[in-house]
Design a protein around this ligand. Structure first.
Ligand code: NCD
Length: 304
């Protein structure tokens, strides 16, 4: 039985396989409509979510399965003091697979160690978000036709932004991917990302505070929200939140075939004036999230 806690749990071949399945689902969704008949997904969300939870739920429904779960810790027995380990054991009696989001880093791993069904990490604190990364990879593949030989700029909150941590891990395993990490000094990538991924000798990267300086060389621009909920000081958040606001004039030096991604929700970091630019991929990215989660659920449930 397999879980997905960290994107590194999947080999590059497996990721490519999931992307191929997702592309086939997009072509012929009817073929998959009964694949998970009588199977249940439990969504255990201890932190707010719109896209991730609802895309997991629609993924399971479109596979013919059903969904149970909760969308806030307050409505679960966590509010009575139940441990994640116990909740995981209990849910294993009801469902076939779990998608869990939790503010505590490592909570989904604890769940996986105690559940007798597969567990998917739907975001743990400021740590990892592997299914967002699968969504991002499918998006890049569909927009660019490849996942190798490109320059990827990650901009914004690289310290607390879990989606960036998982994306760096995944893309560092494809050939010829260079990173430009664009953030204010205080929001640079954390030490564990630096040691495990950036300095492990697998990738070329550079860091800058200037989005304008980086823009001309980028093939992908991955914008992120400053993660207010992870700040200790509200004053720091207020000072840093609008460091980068992507407006049409800033795209003047960008490549014609740049792809702009954002895991969403956006706050101020991308002006709505960008939305109609064909290079804006973030709403197509949302749609891809459902298809790749369908592929992942089938893989972990070992459905043919
Ligand atoms: C992201 C997350 O939860 O980490 N959202 C998402 O799942 N699409 C990004 C964010 O909240 O900023």
């Amino acid at each position: 039985m397999r879980s997905l806690i960290d994107i590194a749990d999947l080999t590059v071949e497996e990721i490519d396989g999931l992307i191929a399945t997702a592309e086939d689902i997009i072509k012929d969704p009817d073929k998959y409509a009964e694949k998970c008949r009588r199977k249940k997904l439990a969504t255990l969300f201890y932190e707010p979510s719109t896209r991730t939870r609802l895309s997991f739920e629609s993924a399971m429904i479109e596979l013919g399965g059903s969904v149970i779960g909760f969308s806030e810790a307050q409505s679960s027995s966590a509010s009575k003091g139940e441990s994640v380990a116990d909740t995981a054991r209990v849910i294993s009696c009801f469902a076939d697979i779990i998608a869990m989001r939790h503010p505590m880093e490592g909570a989904p791993r604890v769940a996986a160690m105690n559940a007798s069904i597969p567990v998917i990490n739907a975001g743990d604190g400021g740590h990892n978000h592997p299914t967002q990364t699968l969504t991002d990879l499918l998006t890049i593949k569909r927009e660019k036709g490849r996942l190798s030989h490109m320059t990827v700029g990650c901009c914004g909150d690289l310290k607390f932004g879990r989606t960036v941590h998982s994306l760096l891990e995944a893309m560092s395993r494809y050939e010829g991917v260079d990173f430009v990490l664009i953030s204010p000094e205080e929001l640079k990538v954390p030490e564990h990302v630096r040691t495990d991924i950036l300095n492990a000798g697998r990738v070329k990267y550079r860091e800058t505070e200037s989005l304008q300086e980086a823009m001309p060389e980028l093939d992908i621009l991955y914008m992120t929200r400053v993660q207010r909920e992870r700040f200790i000081s509200e004053a720091d958040y207020v000072r840093l939140k609008d460091t980068y606001i992507l407006t049409p004039d800033k795209l003047e030096t960008a490549k014609k075939d740049l792809s702009i991604l954002h895991p969403l929700p956006r706050v101020n970091e991308i002006s709505v004036a960008i939305d109609k630019d064909p290079r804006a991929c973030y709403f197509r990215q949302v749609m891809n999230g459902k298809f790749i989660r369908m592929a992942l659920i089938m893989k972990l449930l070992e459905v043919e």
